[in-house]
Design a protein around this ligand. Structure first.
Ligand code: P1T
Length: 390
């Protein structure tokens, strides 16, 4: 298999398995080697093979970056030591005085990075309800440089209309970034809808096995790519080669995993919705989701993440159900083959003020499920028995 057999017209799974990778030139190794080295020997002064130092050049990382770019339909991919490191590198493109419009429900760590770090360095942020494109536009100021969308949002599963917001932002030369962690390029490809940059926590579905932490940015614009290439090297938040290898191994099975995550999530969401001990379910695949029609229009599936409110929504009700799960592991993170249950208010979103959470319907007892690929009967039984506690 050589690079030339894989192109933009290849199918998603074919790209996932092969794009960016070819048998090792030295040995023919089919799997991309882990180039576990920090530096490269030089023949003589100024005479080297194009590889000088591993912060700048690493072939395992390059293979992952080409693979992720191909999956998102972008020209350039860059990987980082975590999702937040990728977001942080992107913020470094901006200058003091610039303004960012961001969804009011994003991963808590993204909110914390913006609010507690970048604000101190002179960036201004307006947090808005991104389900309303006109409201996003109304927040634009003459200094707005970037719109940050997470869709669906973590953990409320709200959607932003990517095409509509891109159209409004591009009229004012504002960059649109989409955190595509929950959907993955298997279900949603923001660059094809006009977004400028896709961001990922590759820790999640792209790796898929909960055994590394990483991040990525993908884009097609050469000018933006040059800035990110410079910052990736100049600020240095690169991932190690072993982690790149693990993620590359993960993306090969992305399509088959996502199909299974989604098939089981759809079943569980339907069960939760009918359950007398559940007061609300957040899953874009349910016809009752307020943006179900948009979900069908801009993505080819609904993913494997479900949030729900057990009982009366109180912390006590959430805690009881959370503590009763047996097969779902109580843990932060998501997107691995194993099912996880999370209590966002005290775990992933602890840095979001309570009033701001409550104003969005993000109640104290809300629980979030990352539906894994175990047998559905076992997952169903675990959800049923955990709910007996309220
Ligand atoms: O954890 P890290 O790889 O740095 O990625 C941060 C991040 C960015 N965007 C989204 C949508 C995310 O969900 C995350 C990380 N989220 C969790 C750890 C979590 O349990 O929600």
């Amino acid at each position: 298999m050589s690079h030339s057999a894989i192109g933009p017209k290849s199918g998603f799974s074919t790209k996932a398995v092969h794009a960016g990778q070819e048998p090792d030139l030295a040995t023919g190794a089919v799997m991309t080697p882990i180039y576990q080295t920090s530096t490269y020997a030089q023949e003589a002064l100024g005479n080297h093979k194009g590889f000088e130092y591993a912060r700048t050049h690493n072939l395992t990382r390059f293979a992952l970056e080409r693979n992720l770019a191909a999956l998102e339909g972008g020209k350039h991919g860059f990987s980082f030591g975590s999702g937040l490191a990728a977001t942080n590198a992107l913020m470094q493109v901006l200058s003091s005085g610039d303004h960012v419009v961001c969804g009011n429900n994003t991963y808590g760590g993204t909110y914390r990075l913006f609010e507690k770090v970048w604000k101190r360095h002179g960036l201004a942020f307006t947090f808005v309800d991104c389900t309303d494109p006109a409201g996003v536009e109304a927040a634009f100021t003459p200094r707005t440089r970037l719109v940050w969308l997470e869709t669906p949002t973590n953990p409320l599963m709200q959607l932003a209309d990517i095409r509509d917001i891109v159209e409004r932002a591009h009229k004012k030369n504002i960059i649109v970034v989409v955190d595509n962690t929950f959907m993955t390029p298997y279900f949603q490809r923001p660059l094809e809808m006009g977004a400028d940059i896709v961001m990922h926590s590759v820790t999640k579905y792209l790796n898929g096995h909960s055994d590394m932490v990483g991040g990525a940015l993908v884009m097609s614009d050469d000018g933006l790519a040059e800035q990110i290439r410079f910052l990736q090297n100049a600020a240095g938040a690169v991932p190690g080669p072993m982690d790149c290898f693990l993620c590359l191994r993960g993306t090969k099975t992305l399509a088959v995993r996502m199909k299974q995550h989604e098939a089981s999530a759809r079943e569980l969401a339907a069960i939760l919705e009918k359950h007398p001990r559940v007061s609300r379910v957040f899953y874009p695949g349910l016809a009752s989701h307020p943006q179900h029609e948009l979900a069908c229009r801009q993505a080819s599936g609904f993913g494997g993440m479900i949030s729900f409110i057990p009982g009366d929504g109180s912390l006590a009700a959430g805690e009881k159900v959370f503590n009763r799960f047996k097969l779902f592991t109580r843990a932060e993170s998501l997107g691995g083959v194993e099912s996880l249950v999370c209590h966002p208010a005290s775990m992933t979103h602890a840095s979001v003020p309570r009033e701001s959470r409550l104003s969005m319907g993000f109640e104290d007892g809300l629980l979030r499920l990352s539906v894994g690929i175990e047998d559905l009967d076992d997952l169903r039984a675990d959800v049923e028995q955990a709910l007996q506690s309220v």
